[in-house]
Design a protein around this ligand. Structure first.
Ligand code: CP
Ligand code: NVA
Length: 309
């Protein structure tokens, strides 16, 4: 039986998400538990991190387990040890592995070679722990995730891709405004639309007009214009993304009571203005704290009985 992992949002069946989020809400109120007692979790970072690193390290501690943090530079990974060998060795010491890396194929390769559950702590293609948290934050604020208009403004990146997967799974109405040449993964859009057709609800629209996309939106999300690994392309992107800044005028076009999400880190004055990020419609700081609670519920989930084959 393959260990239960969490490489994309779809690795947790739709029917199990409400219980996972309820557990996260419980853990938000009652921080300490013993569900990971005697368990060690390797947190492996091939890219920088503040929230993912700290929330998982603290989360493992608060569940009674022990976290071991590894960076590629501080380990043999940067010296070329294959990810599959790393997976085999870490599986002998630890009970789960969280990996932040570049290509999705690398986290998939780690998961195939590991005999313990693997959690994707961000890849170039997906950021499932973050969008799981964003949906929890929406649910906490509005009391539901259904019947809302979700708007993505910015790069068609890992976050956008995970939002698309979520829209397919839960039948959400999602509009993505991305500049020409920066659209999200077309295959994921097709798959998510097929999932929505099976469900009989939800929509995914793509546009290059961010202001039109924002109109009537309940949940406005954005992210950096140059993700980790794209730093050399930042200047070109700053030009391509003119007009994509989530500012007061854009928020004014959204629905009454709309919220603004940003996974952070943010660049004030680029993808979002300081007054919006620090203003009343922003839930970014609650969202950041929620990474801890949802991350803990995800950890418990991958250790829970009856793994899928
Ligand atoms: N949102 C997020 O994943 O933040 P870090 O890059 O700091 O982990
Ligand atoms: N899209 C960003 C998210 C950072 C949390 C990146 O990949 O750098």
């Amino acid at each position: 039986m393959a260990p239960r992992g969490f490489l994309t949002l779809g690795d947790v069946p739709v029917a199990q998400w409400p219980a996972l989020w309820d557990r996260a809400a419980h853990l938000k109120q009652h921080r300490l538990a013993t569900t990971l007692a005697g368990k060690s979790v390797a947190l492996v970072f091939e890219k920088a991190s503040t929230r993912t690193r700290v929330s998982f390290e603290v989360g493992v501690y608060e569940l009674g387990g022990h976290a071991v943090v590894l960076s590629s530079q501080g380990s043999q990974i940067a010296r070329g040890e294959p990810i599959e060998d790393t997976a085999r060795v870490l599986s002998g010491y630890c009970h789960a592995i969280v990996l932040r890396t570049f290509g999705q194929e690398r986290v998939a390769a780690l998961a195939r070679a590991a005999s313990v559950p693997v959690i994707n702590g961000l890849s170039d293609q997906h950021h499932p722990c973050q969008v799981a948290t964003d949906l929890f934050t929406v649910r906490e604020h509005f009391g539901r995730i259904e019947g809302l208009r979700y708007v993505w403004i910015g790069d068609g990146n890992n976050m956008a891709n995970s939002w698309i997967e979520a829209a397919g799974m839960f039948g959400l109405d999602l509009v993505l405004a991305c500049p020409e040449g920066f659209a999200p993964d077309a295959l994921l859009v097709t798959a998510a639309r097929s999932a929505q057709a099976r469900l009989g609800r939800g929509s995914i629209a793509l546009t290059t007009d961010p202001r039109a996309a924002a109109a009537g939106g309940d949940v406005l999300s954005t992210d950096v214009w140059a993700s980790m690994g794209q730093e050399d392309d930042a200047a070109r992107r700053r030009v391509a993304f003119v007009g994509y800044c989530v500012d007061g005028a854009m928020v004014a076009r959204a629905a009454k009571g709309a919220i603004v999400l940003h996974c952070l880190p943010a660049h004030r004055g680029e993808e979002i203005t300081g007054d919006v990020l620090d203003g009343p419609s922003s839930l970014a700081w609650i969202q950041a704290e929620n990474r801890l609670h949802v991350g803990k519920a995800i950890l418990e989930h991958v250790f829970s009985p009856s793994p899928r084959t």
